[in-house]
Design a protein around this ligand. Structure first.
Ligand code: PMP
Length: 364
């Protein structure tokens, strides 16, 4: 096998090796079907089984009750910025409250504004998005249709440690970059959406989990493909769904259940992994500086800077020579970003941590 590196890309990103191997093994012919997953009809019994198992696994992992639908859509999380507002805000005499903690939340606001009244009830821009708000800072409108937040801002590396406290108003969450990384309190949510290409699988599918009563209250003038009710009624097969992506999500959820042991175990592992880097940052006497404030640090995207841009470039270059790839940060934050989703093994973090310590020692 070609040598694999540790890939710290923000997404698409690493997938569990056992998942890739299973997909490779069965790529030419799925065991029962005698046809590739790339060749089977989305109306076939084989795909139906895959779809059913994938949904059941997600329901088990996230403890999703029956009054929620699990949908596999296309168009990425970006389409959801618009679609959720069309379904939940259009034509309503209520505002939607948005908590903005970074780049993706800002984009979500922009699209929702086309559909109704949007109140940005908290915005971390003045501090260059280095933290999430305390509950006491949130001035929620008791009439709000929903409250939108981004549980993990992938670019800034800030993550809500737990759901914001907002009373009975349903939460709507862009969970793209920490979906399946930890347990959630599903009953707090009206809608969750996540592009698959970080923790759940390859690019192509967007998972949407929506509470039935909210879904049913959508306006009647929606385009077919932008109406959650259609996708729910047709079990995500109104048109051709992203078959391969859903199949891979199925394998990833199997891995989470059988090899990892569920989301509690995954969360423990993720915390351990992230803390290897955060400890190195905190103990570096200011050589490495974390972007996020400690209480808002992401367990998925570790963002940090070095004393100057030349050192950052040098570290990135030397890291590659050691098989540590894709560490360059996003230009809006600068510095470095190590994306360490579920599939990044602990060994990858140890290798990066050891290299960072050694690199620092050499500069002294
Ligand atoms: N939200 C978040 C938190 C993201 O990280 C991303 C992609 N990096 C998006 C939305 C956009 O996702 P997509 O490319 O699937 O539209």
């Amino acid at each position: 096998m070609t040598k694999r590196v540790y890939n710290f890309s923000p997404g698409p990103s690493m997938l569990p090796l056992v998942v890739l191997e299973a997909a490779q093994r069965d790529l030419v012919a799925l065991p029962d079907a005698g046809m590739s997953i790339l060749e089977i009809s989305h109306r076939s019994k084989w795909f139906d089984q895959i779809l059913q198992e994938t949904e059941a696994n997600l329901r088990q992992l996230l403890q999703i009750p029956n009054n929620y639908h699990v949908l596999f859509l296309q168009g990425g999380a970006t389409t959801q910025f618009s679609m959720l507002a069309m379904n939940l805000l259009r034509g309503k005499n209520q505002p939607a409250d948005y908590i903005v903690t970074g780049t993706w939340g800002t984009k979500a606001v922009k699209e929702a504004q086309r559909e109704g009244e949007v109140r940005v009830i908290w915005n971390g821009k003045a501090d260059n998005y280095n933290r999430v708000p305390q509950n006491s800072e949130l001035n929620v409108d008791s009439q709000a249709a929903y409250i939108h937040f981004t549980s993990n801002e992938t670019i800034q590396g800030v993550e809500f440690p737990t759901e914001p406290e907002t009373g009975n108003i349903p939460l709507v969450c862009d969970m793209s970059s920490d979906f399946l990384s930890r347990p959630i309190n599903i009953n707090r949510y009206g809608l969750i959406y996540a592009g698959a290409q970080k923790n759940a699988g390859p690019a192509g599918a967007t998972v949407v989990i929506i509470r039935d009563d909210l879904m049913q209250a959508a306006p009647n003038d929606l385009h077919t493909m932008l109406d959650y009710r259609i996708h729910a009624a047709e079990k995500s097969c109104y048109n051709t769904p992203p078959v391969f992506s859903i199949y891979l999500i199925g394998l990833v959820t199997r891995w989470l259940l059988n090899d990892i042991g569920g989301l509690e175990a995954m969360a423990t592992l993720n915390r351990e992994k992230a803390n290897l880097l955060y400890d190195a940052i905190d103990q570096s006497n200011g050589f490495y500086k974390g972007h996020a404030r400690p209480e808002s640090r992401s367990m998925m995207n570790v963002t940090f800077t070095l004393p100057n841009a030349d050192l950052e470039k040098q570290l990135i270059k030397e890291a590659e020579a050691r098989g540590l790839y894709e560490l360059k940060g996003h230009r809006s934050v600068g510095g470095l970003r190590a994306s360490i989703y579920n599939a990044m093994p602990r060994d990858g973090l140890v290798a990066l941590r050891d290299f960072m310590l050694e690199f620092q020692a050499r500069q002294a």
